[in-house]
Design a protein around this ligand. Structure first.
Ligand code: MG
Length: 332
């Protein structure tokens, strides 16, 4: 198909260190503008690789694109851009195609999360905290206990960086009441069916970045309870099918990417929530808060844990997107 792709580079500045495997440096990415020749529809998407988590670098993906080869991540971005383009064509916004979803709050640096700060989140109606762990287990466990005592439900993410020993060690630092407040632990260690089965006897587990290590074809029973669906990276119909096949719940999250990618994740979360309300957990799409605010994030209206209807078509940002400086990639 002779689609036309243009790109616009951007930089995001994190508020603090984001997870166990990366540092607080600026994050580079590309906005993509895709045009289809059949009806000239135009849609936008984000391309925000995390080489630290195994993605091909931005440079590698863009140079392949110039040679006419789309990386899986760019293919997914184009799929999202198509969703956006079709909504724009129909004069619709993502809020016209789904049900509002509640979001968890991401704590990237618990050392600055005082009780006052956490109580403010509770009065703002946040009920779930997502915490990246794996850097300092003892201090993290202490924070988890404190947050649980204040009434939060917790999602803990090791990003696959732990081991069966470190996981057990961590859990033993938690009092029994705190353990009941843990909704799930995400990627507690590299995926291994036996190790995960053991870990799951202690706490519910969620599969996220260890997805590609799972031998889905030979899996009889999933040793996890939740599939984290990242629309930036994952084939959505396949993810849905896996959830149905293995009786999993789904948490849709953004990819700690540009607000354009984030609103795409929200759009997918809202439409899945509409079609499969029983399957969908609270989402994790409010990741713009972890970056220093720029023009796009400033256009995202929120009310506590909810992103409320934004202006514009598709994912929104109409004027901002039009005014970006776009560079054309050769026609594929
Ligand atoms: Mg994760």
């Amino acid at each position: 198909m002779n689609i036309k792709i243009a790109y616009s580079p951007y930089t995001l500045k994190p508020q603090s260190t984001l997870n166990a495997v990366t540092s607080a440096e600026s994050r580079e990415g590309m906005l993509l503008k895709v045009q289809w020749p059949d009806d000239n529809r135009i849609g936008y998407a984000d391309l925000h690789p995390w080489p630290e988590l195994g993605d091909a670098s931005l440079e590698a993906q863009m140079s392949d694109l110039r040679l006419g080869k789309m990386s899986p991540q760019i293919e997914q971005s184009v799929w999202l851009a198509d969703r956006d383009a079709k909504l724009r064509l129909e004069n619709k916004n993502i809020f016209d195609q789904g049900t509002t979803v509640k979001n968890n709050y991401i704590v990237t640096d618990f050392t600055v999360a005082t009780d006052e700060y956490l109580n403010q989140l509770i009065s703002d109606s946040f009920s779930t905290l997502k915490i990246k762990v794996g850097r300092n287990l003892k201090a993290e466990a202490a924070f988890v206990c404190r947050a649980a005592a204040l009434g939060f439900r917790l999602r803990l993410d090791f990003n696959g960086a732990g081991s069966p020993e470190s996981f057990r060690h961590f859990v033993f630092e938690l009092d029994p009441r705190t353990r009941t407040c843990i909704e799930y632990v995400e990627d507690p260690m590299p995926f291994d069916e036996k190790h995960w089965q053991e870990a799951r006897k202690i706490l519910p587990l969620a599969l996220d970045n260890q997805f590609s290590r799972v031998d889905w074809g030979n899996l009889r029973q999933a040793p996890f309870d939740v599939l984290v669906i990242k629309p930036a990276k994952m084939d959505i119909p396949r993810a849905l099918q896996l959830c149905q096949l293995f009786g999993l719940k789904a948490t849709v999250t953004s990819y700690m990417d540009h607000p354009v990618g984030m609103m795409h994740a929200l759009g997918v979360a809202m439409s899945l929530k509409k079609d499969h309300p029983e399957m969908l957990n609270e989402a994790g799409c409010m990741t713009h808060l972890i970056f220093q605010q720029e023009a796009f994030a400033a256009e995202i209206p929120t009310m506590g844990p909810f992103i409320t209807r934004n202006s514009g078509k598709g994912i929104g940002f109409d004027t901002l997107l039009e005014s970006q400086k776009w560079y054309q990639v050769k026609t594929l």
